[in-house]
Design a protein around this ligand. Structure first.
Ligand SMILES: NC(=O)c1ccc[n+]([C@@H]2O[C@H](COP(=O)([O-])OP(=O)(O)OC[C@H]3O[C@@H](n4cnc5c(N)ncnc54)[C@H](O)[C@@H]3O)[C@@H](O)[C@H]2O)c1
Length: 315
């Protein structure tokens, strides 16, 4: 297949591109190397891909590129590019979120419609749900984001549905729940914690550490993208999370201590605006319709992330 992966230098996009390339697909990766985190880490993400003949990198901002031209002759689009991060999305910074997450998605959808793309997979987020006691989160449940980032991801998801209903564009949105593993973004908790623990630095926990997440291993997210692209379904939205119901941050830190053999020095601070207290994914739809069945548990995935952090920072 001729495929486009947006955000190909990022955490999820690079791993997804590797899988597609290894399965023989022709991949055009698009990334603008946004300054949300260091270019060095993104170059590290790309180091194996750059050696592959069936991978091409196009460096540029989705908003500046001739997307209708680029998408001509393409079969699948995996739209992973976005300005990520919940906490940074307040205030003036929101203009980046609205342009990179909403406007860029609309322009990509429009170009995909024109090009007659066979499948458009959108990387949505559990942040579209916001705060709820109605756990586990179900796709048909209420969406009321509590961060500007979540609002931008939901707006783009709604645009995907709009292009499906109005133009029949074969779109599937995957709502990822906190993804972890090798290459995890440097602003995400496990990356920060593992690096700090290995460096003998203290870790700051916002809240009491009893907040819980459905932590999802990167390769399970990649697998979900492939399943969605290969399925006959369209216009669908799926939760992509872990099968384990509830893991608290404190439990995850204890696991990091076990794996590294180092003791974490914890500092607890007050909760941050926009952080959801609990996320938990109801996976029954993804299991039934996509055959999605997450395989990697937290300890195994964390061990892989620890090995990555040691390698990338030479710790
Ligand atoms: N990591 C998670 O836990 C998680 C959870 C839910 C949803 N998501 C979604 O998954 C996707 C990938 O997230 P990630 O963690 O890999 O983030 P990431 O920041 O590592 O990757 C995103 C990439 O997109 C690129 N990019 C941003 N704006 C762009 C633009 N306008 N034009 C071209 N490239 C652009 C960035 O340079 C970056 O390399 C995002 O859409 C994110 O919202 C991630």
């Amino acid at each position: 297949m001729q495929t486009v992966v947006t955000g190909a230098a990022g955490f999820i996009g690079s791993r997804l591109s590797e899988r597609l390339v290894s399965e023989g697909h022709q991949v055009l990766g698009i990334d603008c190397f946004s300054d949300y985190y260091s270019r060095r880490l993104k170059e590290f993400n790309l180091r194996h891909l750059k050696e592959r003949e069936n991978f091409t990198l196009l460096e540029g901002d989705l908003l500046d590129l001739d997307l209708p031209e680029i998408l001509q002759g393409m079969d699948w689009v995996f739209h992973q590019a976005a300005q990520a991060g919940v906490r940074a999305s307040w205030g003036e910074e929101f203009s980046i979120y609205s342009s990179s997450n909403i406007l860029a998605t609309q322009q990509l959808l429009d170009a995909a419609r024109e090009a007659g793309i066979a499948k458009f997979i959108y990387a949505s987020s559990s942040s579209v749900y916001g705060e709820t006691d109605d756990l586990p989160m179900r796709e048909e449940g209420r969406t009321r984001p509590v961060s500007p980032y979540g609002v931008s991801k939901l707006a783009a998801e709604n645009l995907c549905q709009l292009y499906y209903h109005n133009f029949g564009l074969p779109v599937i949105s995957l709502r990822y729940f906190t993804v972890f593993g090798e290459r995890q973004r440097p602003d995400m908790a496990f990356h920060i914690f593992i690096k700090a623990v290995l460096s003998g630095e203290k870790i700051t926990i916002f809240g009491d550490g009893e907040q819980s997440r459905s932590f999802t291993y990167i390769d399970d997210v990649v697998e979900a993208n492939l399943l969605a692209a290969e399925s006959r379904l369209k216009g669908e939205i799926f939760n992509i999370g872990s099968s384990k119901k509830r893991t608290t941050l404190n439990q995850a830190i204890a696991l990091i201590e076990d794996i590294t053999g180092e003791k974490a020095t914890r500092v607890y601070q007050s909760r941050v605006r926009g952080d959801v207290r609990h996320t938990s994914a109801d996976l029954s739809r993804a299991q039934k319709l996509l055959g999605f069945s997450p395989e990697v548990d937290l300890a195994a995935g964390l061990a892989a992330e620890v090995a990555y952090i040691k390698e990338v920072y030479r710790l």
